[in-house]
Every structure is written in structure tokens, then in C-alpha cells.
Design a binder for this molecule. Structure first.
Ligand code: AMP
Length: 284
């Protein structure tokens, strides 16, 4: 496994044999089974697999957890080696953002609601770094988790708008036994908060099951999620949403599909989760 922090070396390896397909899994490290599921899918579908580990300063607001974000490069590399990953790109912040850096990528509408409303500069940071990683590695396919639903919408829009020649593969959310979506940020939770955090999934399932029984009023779906989250004393609700899965606009009446999502604080830790519900899914 090649572990590389320089862009010219990445390019050399990437193009050593131009006939090979490359799968890319961008991450911020502190890997868990959710990340490894993306890696396994990338390995299964490509000749070569690259993982990037970069805690991207541009997607954190000054008030957020950039300095405390969990990191353990040695452990991450052991895990990736065991998966048979070919290349790990571990750039420094100055490799990605040299002092004279001045270009950003902004995906307009779909970056604005939900996570974008709570974190106004977040998706510009995400889109910019992913655009750079796509240009540096030029992967055939790139793998992202449904866990970050809005991120997948923003990045798919960017790929269409800027004509990136990369197939976007979105993989299902991997969960703990009690339904909590795996996240590097779960490491921040106290044992009591960790137990309480299962309420996100319960709230989403409550709305999904109402939807399955025919509830189509957006307000009612949002209300159900709010009520469920408010049953948990350690949870402080940030938002609940029942939105159009493509435009991410809140729905009054659900017609086809609905992206049910929520963000909840436990102390200072902010967790997100979502379920994509559609009449089609329900019929399966
Ligand atoms: P992160 O390191 O949090 O930036 O995540 C890197 C990639 O892993 C993103 O595409 C995430 O959506 C994905 N990911 C994170 N957690 C999960 C999970 N529990 N299940 C599936 N994918 C995930």
C-alpha cells in the first residue's frame, strides 16, 4: 500500500497504467465500518482503490471542531492495509491550500437549506476539496455515504455542472446495533449521550412508518420526528426535515419520494441522520 502526501507522486502512480480503473473514497479519517463499506465497494468495482485522509479545514466554521476532530492515522492505515487498498493520499493542509490559493467551488441552491443553513460555509469547503481530489486523482468512480445525504446531492450537482468525468456511487448508511449511524463524531459522546443518540434513528423510523401507512403531509412527518426527539432529555433538536430528495426544499405534500432528515445536539456534539422514503421503496 502506497501512502503518499505529494500530488506529483499521486499523478505518477495514477497514470502508471492508464488502462486501469480507479475507485476513490474521500474521508476525513478516524475510520469506522461506514468508511470501510465504501472501501470494499470501491475495491470490488475497480482495478485500483485510493482512499484520501484529509481533515479539510475549509469545511469547518471557526466555531466548529477542526482542532478536536478525532485523528488516528496509524490505526487508519492498518485498517486500510487489511482491506487491500492500493493508495492512501494523506496531504497536508498547505499541499491542498497553498498560501496563494484563491479559487472555490460553490454549488448554489442545494447547498443552502438543512446543513447549509446550519453551517453556511460547509458545502463550499466540501465541493472545493472534492473538486481538487477529483482533479488530482482523476478516479473512474468515487464513493460517498448516504449518511451525508445533502453532501451527495451537492456533489452530484457539482459533477453534472462542471462535467467531471467521474461516476458517483452512493452507498447505504452503516449503523451500530441500536441503529445509530456510524460517525467519527460518535467518539465525542459520553456513555449516556451515546445511549440517548439512538433517538435520531427512532425519530426517522417513526416518520418513515407513518409515510408507509399513507401519511403524506410534510408538517405531520416533521411533527412526528420533533416529538420523538423531544422525548429524549439529553437531545437538543437542531432541525427536522421532510424534503424533496433532489431539490432539498421542504415539502407540504409528499408526492413521490421524501428525504427525512434531522440534526440533533448532544452537549456540543452535533449528529445527523436521514432516511430516504419513497412509494417505490415501500412497495418493494
Ligand atoms: P467523513 O470521514 O465523515 O468525511 O466521511 C467520509 C465518507 O464516508 C463520506 O462519503 C461519508 O458519507 C461516508 N460515511 C460516513 N459515515 C458513514 C456511515 N455510517 N455509513 C456509510 N457511509 C458513511
Amino acid at each position: 500500500m502506497n501512502v503518499i502526501d505529494s500530488i506529483p507522486e499521486i499523478r505518477q502512480l495514477r497514470w502508471a497504467d492508464p488502462t486501469l480503473s480507479w475507485g476513490l473514497v474521500p474521508t476525513m479519517g478516524y475510520l469506522h465500518e461506514g468508511h470501510l463499506a465504501l472501501v470494499r465497494r470501491a475495491k470490488a468495482e475497480n482495478d485500483q482503490t485510493a482512499v484520501t485522509i484529509f481533515v479539510n479545514p475549509a469545511q469547518f466554521a471557526p466555531t466548529e471542531d477542526l482542532s478536536t476532530y478525532p485523528r488516528d492515522l496509524a490505526r487508519d492505515l492498518t485498517l486500510l492495509q487489511a482491506e487491500g487498498v492500493d493508495l492512501v493520499f494523506t496531504p497536508t493542509a498547505t499541499t491542498i491550500y497553498p498560501p496563494d490559493f484563491q479559487t472555490t467551488v460553490t454549488v448554489q441552491q442545494v447547498s443552502q437549506p438543512l446543513e447549509g443553513a446550519a453551517r453556511p460555509t460547509h458545502f463550499q469547503g466540501v465541493a472545493t476539496v472534492v473538486a481538487k481530489l477529483f482533479n488530482i486523482l482523476q478516479p473512474t468512480r468515487a464513493y460517498f455515504g448516504q449518511k451525508d445525504a445533502q453532501q451527495t446531492v451537492v456533489l452530484r450537482q457539482m459533477v453534472r455542472d462542471l462535467n467531471f468525468n467521474v461516476a458517483m456511487i452512493i452507498c447505504p448508511t452503516i449503523r451500530e446495533a441500536d441503529g445509530l449511524a456510524m460517525s467519527s463524531r460518535n467518539a465525542y459522546l459520553s456513555p449516556e449521550q451515546r445511549q440517548a443518540a439512538a433517538v435520531l434513528r427512532r425519530a426517522l423510523l417513526a416518520a418513515q412508518s407513518a409515510y408507509a401507512q399513507g401519511e403524506r403531509r410534510g408538517d405531520h412527518l416533521r411533527q412526528l420526528m420533533t416529538e420523538t426527539i423531544n422525548t429524549e432529555p439529553l437531545a437538543r433538536l437542531d432541525y427536522v426535515s421532510a424534503a424533496d430528495p433532489e431539490t432539498l426544499q421542504e415539502l407540504t405534500d409528499v408526492e413521490e419520494g421524501v428525504l427525512l432528515s434531522t440534526a440533533v445536539f448532544f452537549g456540543k456534539t452535533r449528529l445527523i441522520d436521514n432516511i430516504l422514503a419513497s412509494a417505490y421503496e415501500m412497495a418493494k
